[in-house]
Ligand binder design. Structure first.
Ligand SMILES: *Cc1c(COP(=O)(O)O)cnc(C)c1O
Length: 367
């Protein structure tokens, strides 16, 4: 069986170093808000190039906390609109609605599968206060006119960087392209913890201070509560693991790029649409390798019968989920077509050349 993602094997690449860090943290007797988190925040900050990195409990919280921080600062108010790609993972939208903000869904581009930048401006109303960019599948999304649009309409740019850590756009890392960014360290992400983890990156001092406080019971000083806060902290064990794995992230993203190029150069089947490679390799970290076909369910079954595991990112668009029944009437044909056609192939730093060849040959024999 070729697994979609062998997380055990990925972590065993760094077994000795990780076990040493885990043991050290265990023996330290300090498990929250300590040196490991501080150290990881500092290293993440310098990796991304941002002024503040704040460890939080998970990626969804990172995004929720950005909006919440802006609410506490009076920059956003309930009912404000946030532009978001319609084909994103539900977490992007949950972060918006959890803060009583209103998502405005914009269709993706058929070539990049990221938000169609040319459709953003027409979605803006007087109530729009932010654009959420999701670097979906690991591909950086940005454009030269985006900063201009944001400035013209006084909008914040918030990045959902859960899938694209390490990608670079015009010399800047994703997560440092806008006003604030949420990161996820879910075990299957390109930088994965041994459990949940997340971070917020921003260059805004006031926002950083508000988020740090809200994430810790709304408190900047113990037992003094400025906000009605949450408990959303990255723990010391996860920070130690992430700090160790961050050292190998660029190398592992390069392996993903190698695999993506191999697929693109060698999959030759007229029924399969391959993902478009950006002009600049550094703009994509290939969190997932997503092909499209109008035979998707049949192809997935065919691959499964031949021992190749695949996943669908994602089978049901957000506006068709029961949780968002109020948006089910929306007309988003590109999004709906994409959800019916996408299939994610195995890709990871531990996928072997043999597995890669087997997957490619099997795909080429699909009729
Ligand atoms: C994984 C993911 C999240 C949420 O991250 P969690 O750590 O699982 O909460 C948010 N947005 C996108 C696009 C993701 O892929």
């Amino acid at each position: 069986m070729i697994k979609f993602l062998d997380i055990q094997k990925i972590n065993l690449l760094h077994q000795e170093a990780l076990e040493a860090r885990l043991l050290k943290t265990f023996r330290s007797g300090w498990y929250l808000l300590g040196e490991e988190v501080k150290n990881f925040e500092k290293n993440l900050q310098s990796y991304i190039g941002c002024k503040h990195a704040i460890g939080v409990a998970n990626g969804l919280d990172a995004l929720r906390l950005i909006f919440r921080g802006y609410m506490e600062l009076g920059v956003l108010s309930p009912g404000d609109e946030v532009v978001v790609p319609a084909n994103t993972y539900i977490a992007s939208v949950l972060a918006i609605t959890d803060n009583n903000l209103v998502p405005v869904f914009v269709e993706p581009s058929e070539t990049t599968l990221n938000i169609d930048l040319s459709k953003i401006e027409q979605a803006i109303t007087p109530k729009t206060k932010a654009i959420m960019l999701v670097h979906l599948y690991g591909r950086a999304v940005y454009g030269s006119d985006l900063a201009g649009i944001a400035q013209k309409h006084n909008l914040k740019i918030i990045e959902d960087n859960a899938q694209a850590i390490g990608a670079t756009y015009n010399g800047l890392k994703t997560g440092n392209l806008g006003d604030a960014a949420g990161f996820s360290f879910y075990p299957g992400k390109n930088l994965g913890a041994l459990g949940d983890g997340g971070a917020v990156c921003t260059n805004n001092d006031h926002l950083a201070a508000a988020i740090r406080a809200v994430a810790n019971y709304g408190s900047q000083q113990k037992y003094v509560n400025r906000y009605k806060g949450l408990n959303s902290r990255l723990d010391e064990i996860q920070a130690a693991v992430l700090d160790e794995k961050l050292k190998y992230l660029d190398k592992e993203n390069d392996i993903r790029r190698h695999i993506a190029h191999y697929y693109i150069n060698n999959i030759k089947n007229p029924q399969i649409i391959l993902p478009q490679v950006p002009d600049k390799d550094e703009e994509h970290v290939w969190h997932v390798f997503v092909i499209r076909t109008n035979q998707r369910d049949r192809l997935q079954k065919y691959l499964n019968q031949r021992g190749i595991q695949t996943l669908i990112h994602y089978p049901i668009p957000v506006h068709k989920q029961e949780a968002y029944a109020e948006y089910s009437h929306l007309n988003l044909p590109i999004t709906e077509q994409i959800h019916n056609e996408v299939l994610s192939l195995p890709i990871s730093p531990v996928l072997t050349e043999d597995e890669l060849k087997t997957i490619t040959v099997t795909l080429n024999e699909f009729k």
